[in-house]
Design a protein around this ligand. Structure first.
Ligand code: PSU
Ligand code: MN
Length: 302
C-alpha cells in the first residue's frame, strides 16, 4: 500500500476516532527556537503537560518526506538533534514531501496539518508576525495568513516581542483572526507579561474559549482561527529593562550581519538567550508550559 500523504500516530488516530481530546504541538520551537540539549527535555516535558491535562499530545513535523501528526520517542529526538533539519512553513510542505526531506513545522504548517487531521487546539510559544522594518522588508510571517484561513484554536503568549507588535495586531485584525486575552486586558508580550497594548476581548476560563469555538462553527463564514493570548505569569517574565536592552542589541546585530528571511527569528531568539544569560529562555519556557497547560484544558472543555 502506498504511504498516505499525512501519517497520524496510532495513539492520535485512536483519540480522534473516539473523540478524545488532542493537543497539537509545533516542532520549530524545538528545533530552531530552543538551544540543545534543553530542547529535547522541553519537547518531552510539553507532551507530559498535555497528558497531565487529560489530552493526547500530537507533535507535528515532516520526517523523510512524510508529514507526521504525533511523534514517538525516536522521532522527537530527531527533531531536537538532527543537524541541518529544515524549518518548514506551509509552503514548504509540498517541497519537503515531494523531495523526501525532513523538517520541523512552524505555526503555519502545524496549524494546517493539525486542522487537516481534525485537531482543534494547538499550543506554541509566540506567533510569528510582522517584523520590524516591514516598510522596507515586507517580512510578515506566514503564520498570520494561515491563521486567517484555518479553523483552529492557538494558545500562545501573544506574538514574539522581536516583532513589530502593534503592526502584527493590526494584521490579525485585518485578516479576521479572533483574538482574546486569557485573564488579561492587555496583549501579552511573549517574554513579558504584557506588551502594553490593549485587547478588546477577555476570557476567564477554558469553558469560555470552548464557547467561542462552538460559536465560530455555528456562525460559519471564513474558516478563521481563534488566538487565545495567555501571558507568562508576571513573576516569571523577563526583566523588561533587560529585554529592551538585549533586544536592541540583537536587532542591531541582525542588521550588521544582514540576517533575513526564515533565519531572522531563530537568530534573534538565540541572541536573546545568550545576551540575557539564559533568562529569556526561562521566560520563554514558562510561557510555553502555561500555554500547553491551557491548551489541554480548552481541548477537554471543547
Ligand atoms: N514560539 C516560540 N519559539 C519559536 C516559534 C514560536 O516560543 O521558535 C517559531 C514558530 O514555529 C513560528 C516561527 O511559527 O517561530 C515564526 O517564524 P517566522 O517569523 O520565520 O515565520
Ligand atoms: Mn519571515
Amino acid at each position: 500500500m502506498p504511504t498516505p500523504p499525512v501519517v497520524l500516530s496510532g495513539e492520535v488516530a485512536d483519540a480522534l476516532t473516539y473523540g478524545r481530546p488532542v493537543v497539537a504541538l509545533e516542532s520549530t520551537i524545538i528545533s530552531h527556537g530552543l538551544p540543545q540539549p534543553r530542547n529535547l527535555e522541553v519537547a518531552r516535558e510539553l507532551e507530559g503537560i498535555v497528558r497531565e491535562g487529560g489530552a493526547v499530545p500530537a507533535t507535528i513535523a515532516v520526517l523523510d518526506g512524510v508529514p507526521r501528526v504525533g511523534l514517538d520517542k525516536d522521532d522527537l529526538e530527531r527533531i531536537a538533534t538532527e543537524p541541518g533539519l529544515r524549518k518548514l512553513g506551509f509552503r514548504d510542505l509540498a517541497a519537503a514531501a515531494g523531495l523526501g526531506a525532513s523538517g520541523a513545522t512552524t505555526v503555519s504548517a502545524t496549524a494546517f496539518l493539525a486542522a487537516r487531521a481534525g485537531i482543534r487546539v494547538f499550543a506554541t510559544g509566540g506567533l510569528g508576525g510582522v517584523h520590524r522594518g516591514w516598510t522596507s522588508e515586507q517580512d510578515e510571517s506566514a503564520d498570520i495568513d494561515m491563521l486567517s484561513r484555518t479553523r483552529i484554536t492557538v494558545v500562545c503568549a501573544g506574538v514574539k516581542s522581536i516583532l513589530d507588535v502593534p503592526a502584527t495586531l493590526q494584521r490579525l485584525e485585518t485578516r479576521q483572526v479572533t483574538v482574546v486575552g486569557y485573564q488579561t486586558d492587555q496583549f501579552p508580550g511573549f517574554y513579558l507579561h504584557s506588551s502594553g497594548l490593549p485587547m478588546e476581548w477577555r476570557i476567564e476560563t477554558p469553558e469560555e474559549a470552548a464557547a467561542i469555538m462552538r460559536a465560530q462553527r455555528l456562525i460559519g463564514g471564513p474558516e478563521t482561527a481563534l488566538v487565545v493570548a495567555n501571558p507568562v505569569p508576571a513573576g516569571q517574565q523577563l526583566d523588561p529593562e533587560l529585554h529592551d536592552r538585549v533586544l536592541a542589541e540583537a536587532l542591531a546585530a541582525a542588521g550588521e550581519q544582514e540576517v533575513s528571511g526564515p533565519a531572522i527569528t531563530p537568530f534573534l531568539l538565540d541572541y536573546l538567550v545568550r545576551g540575557t544569560e539564559g533568562r529569556s529562555l526561562e521566560a520563554n519556557l514558562a510561557a510555553v508550559r502555561g500555554n500547553t497547560r491551557l491548551a489541554a484544558a480548552i481541548t477537554v472543555a471543547a
